[in-house]
Design a protein around this ligand. Structure first.
Ligand code: CP3
Length: 344
């Protein structure tokens, strides 16, 4: 099968397909017993990310079980900060902990962008294994966090409710903040370029906290770095499909879709799909946007919502996905209900 026959790549190239390709954010994760078993075997979450054979194995698990159209590399957005010199640990049940970057001196003490390869090289090996293992109809998606979202974790040293430490640094120490944002942007370009060289067929930028930026800061802090990464990757790899996910961007979405340069914009579950069909699909392929809670609830509400999203976005290029990651309490059986509703 030629790569252009892969349904996911066709949709990302702007084709309107009768049945949209499907994959799920966090499709490899704790809701799957086989993931929990491999995670146990690896020891820690970071050991799992940095052991290519095991990371490739957990990437493959949801492909084998469900037959998704896309496989997303198993890694984490916080590996880039680690490569830049942040101490990183994952506390089970609590999430990530990093050494904080709160001053111009601490920004200056980080490693240069190219230095990340020393730390993250195993991720490229995972991509190489996957590109040789995946079934021919499944597309391999590489990813990174978008600079603002990565910065929120580096500045606060953990996940925070409103990303307040990062927003304060933006307001109070703009020079240090933008030096950090530029460094992350450069590191992200190098990181994704290596993933593509290793075999990733599309890349996704996760700007999970775009929604906490004020409207006045959105262009410079969210849109501009997404645009710069997209433009640089496309100049190095002409035709590379890019998916951007400015979660919570709200009224900024249309301009984002029109000017970021990404081929596909992923939308969260708060965006009305008919609005997305009218205002976003003329510019880009739209990915999304089922409420992840429906993967816990299941039943007819899940099937009905999936059919409705598919129908609303059927007039243009669409990749079916959730509005955010599938949660550990989701029932794997509900994935079959979802796939029947979309493909059946
Ligand atoms: O299947 C996939 O989607 C690929 C793998 C993937 C993971 N994280 C694995 C993971 C991807 C694409 C990510 C992205 C990621 N990581 C984001 C952006 C997307 C989003 O969800 O908003 C963010 C913000 C992170 C940072 C991160 N990683 C946090 C805040 C946490 C802890 C919260 C949690 O869910 O436990 C993680 C850990 C993490 N990353 C897990 C997985 C499967 C769970 C860790 C475990 O197994 O113990």
């Amino acid at each position: 099968m030629s790569s252009q026959a892969k349904p996911l790549l066709r949709a990302l190239a702007g084709e309107t397909l009768r049945v949209p390709p499907v994959w799920l954010m966090r499709q490899a994760g704790r809701y799957l017993p086989e993931y929990r078993a491999t995670r146990e075997k690896a020891g820690s979450f970071l050991d799992l990310c940095y052991t290519p054979e095991l990371a490739a194995e957990v990437t493959m698990q949801p492909i084998r079980r469900f037959g998704f159209d896309g496989a997303i590399l198993f890694a984490d957005i916080l590996l880039v900060p680690q490569g830049l010199g942040a101490d990183l640990t994952f506390v089970p049940g609590e999430g990530p902990r990093l050494s904080t970057v709160a001053t111009a001196e601490e920004v200056a003490a980080l490693r240069p962008a190219e230095a990340i390869h020393d730390t993250v090289a195993p991720v490229y090996e995972t991509v190489r294994i996957l590109s040789q293992t995946l079934p021919p109809e499944v597309a391999l998606i590489g990813f990174a966090g978008a600079p603002w979202t990565v910065a929120t974790y580096m500045i606060a040293g953990r996940g925070t409710p409103n990303q307040e430490p990062a927003r304060r640094m933006l307001l109070e120490q703009p020079d240090a903040f933008f030096t950090l944002l530029d460094l992350i942007t450069e590191a992200t370009i190098e990181y994704l370029a290596r993933q593509v060289e290793a075999g990733a067929e599309a890349v996704k930028l996760f700007d999970s906290w775009a929604g906490s930026l004020s409207a006045l800061d959105f262009e410079r802090v969210c849109l501009e770095p997404n645009r710069r990464i997209t433009a640089e990757l496309k100049s190095r790899f002409p035709g590379l499909p890019v998916i951007a996910f400015p979660r919570g961007a709200g009224a900024w979405l249309e301009r984002f879709a029109d000017s970021c340069g990404a081929d596909c914009v992923a939308i969260d579950q708060h965006v009305p799909t008919r609005w997305a069909a009218e205002r976003l699909q003329p510019h880009v392929c739209v990915q999304g946007n089922l409420d992840p809670l429906l993967m816990v609830a299941g039943g007819e509400p899940l099937a009905a919502a999936a059919r409705r999203i598919r129908e609303d976005l059927s007039g243009g290029p669409h990749v079916f996905n959730l509005g955010h990651g599938i949660t550990p309490d989701a029932d794997p059986e509900n994935v079959h209900i979802l796939l029947d509703a979309i493909r059946g």
